[in-house]
Design a protein around this ligand. Structure first.
Ligand SMILES: CC(C)(COP(=O)(O)OP(=O)(O)OC[C@H]1O[C@@H](n2cnc3c(N)ncnc32)[C@H](O)[C@@H]1OP(=O)(O)O)[C@@H](O)C(=O)NCCC(=O)NCCS
Length: 176
């Protein structure tokens, strides 16, 4: 959808920033999610998760005529555990090295919400995501054989369960 901005993002002229998500971002989050996953989540589902106090952050990119939400991370925090529900970037800004900063900020916000650890599940063959998670300190703690369907005609794919310690983040609640 934002493909016409691709040369601008790639040129390095675009500036990127991170901020907390609000319900107003739910539409863009749903659009980015739909690009990254076979089964998309609707705007209403994102709105509901944010209203239910999910920890949610967005990547915002400067575009020629304003600012565009180009990525997000969203987690649920229960007691001292958090679960990364989803992280995704718009295809136009993938491969620019922006995802580590988004995930790092997001893990910090989960720590501020009281989480001491973060869990996630990822398809074993999702190379970019697995590399991102390992760099961020996640380690494999389990595997679900054949958990994800493959493309039609292909074998099912294993899911890796990963966990990271959030002890390195300052747990003091802050705004922003
Ligand atoms: C996962 C995602 C957020 C990563 O963002 P990205 O901008 O594509 O990632 P980056 O380009 O910063 O790459 C992250 C790392 O993975 C590496 N990488 C990229 N593709 C890879 C691949 N196919 N295999 C192995 N490593 C890969 C990169 O080299 C980079 O490592 P480096 O920093 O040492 O160079 C993005 O690809 C995305 O939105 N994917 C669709 C949604 C998704 O799958 N989310 C995760 C669900 S669990």
């Amino acid at each position: 959808m934002w493909f016409w901005l691709w040369p601008w993002f790639r040129s390095g002229l675009a500036r990127h920033s991170l901020r907390r998500a609000s319900v107003l971002d739910a539409g863009r989050m749903a659009a980015i999610h739909a690009e990254g996953f076979a089964i998309g989540w609707s705007r209403e589902e994102f709105e509901q998760m944010i209203l239910e106090r999910a920890v949610a952050d967005v990547l915002v990119s400067q575009a020629p005529f304003g600012h565009v939400v180009t990525g997000f991370a969203i987690s649920r925090v229960v007691a001292d555990e958090s679960e990364l529900l989803s992280i995704a970037l718009d295809t136009e800004v993938r491969g620019l090295g922006l995802s580590p900063a988004l995930l790092d900020r997001h893990m910090g916000h989960a720590a501020q919400a009281g989480a001491r650890t973060m869990f996630l599940e990822v398809a074993e063959d999702n190379g970019a995501a697995v590399a991102l998670y390992r760099q961020a300190g996640f380690a494999e703690i389990g595997r679900r054989k054949g958990y994800y369907p493959g493309t039609p005609g292909a074998a099912r794919r294993d899911a890796l369960t990963m966990q990271a310690d959030l002890g390195r983040f300052d747990p003091t609640p802050r705004f922003g």
